[in-house]
Design a protein. Structure first.
Length: 158
């Protein structure tokens, strides 16, 4: 199994297959609009802009499992665009932990566990780097600023 085996819904409710991203390096992030780490949207957008001509995409997945994303899909889209100029794909609000976790997140947390082998996502803005073949290659802690991921992205794009 790879990330390409899953379907996700955009903020507008359109179902897409992750296989649409085949051949791209992906940075999959669980996001929230009311979190102390929310300013990371700026750095994520900067990565998207920096690699706009490369096969790279940031994918944002809002979650309210940490009680910091209470808005509707429209609220989330407006917030991200108005405050951070987000142009990378954002998806419907999902659960990222537990039995109700979206199947994509069940897969990526299994493929790239956290500290001490924990599969659970500890907080918003946990990031997963995926190679061009759909394999999760690295997991980053919520506090890892997007700028610190740039070298890993560049290495995969070579």
């Amino acid at each position: 199994m790879s990330v390409y085996d899953y379907k996700v819904n955009t903020l507008r409710g359109q179902e897409i297959e992750m296989s649409e991203y085949r051949g791209k390096v992906l940075l999959i992030v669980n996001t929230a609009s009311q979190c102390g780490l929310t300013p990371q949207f700026k750095g994520l957008q900067e990565l998207q802009d920096k690699f706009q001509d490369a096969p790279f995409e940031v994918l944002g997945f809002p979650s309210n499992q940490f009680a910091q994303e209470k808005g509707s899909s429209d609220d989330i889209a407006e917030f991200c665009q108005m405050n951070y100029g987000v142009s990378f794909p954002m998806f419907e609000k999902i659960d990222v932990n537990g039995s109700s976790a979206h199947p994509l997140f069940q897969h990526i947390t299994k493929e790239a566990p956290g500290l001490l082998g924990s599969k659970a996502i500890k907080w918003n803005f946990t990031k997963f780097l995926v190679d061009q073949n759909g394999k999760v290659v690295k997991r980053y802690a919520p506090q890892t600023i997007p700028d610190k991921i740039q070298e890993d992205i560049e290495a995969l794009l070579k």
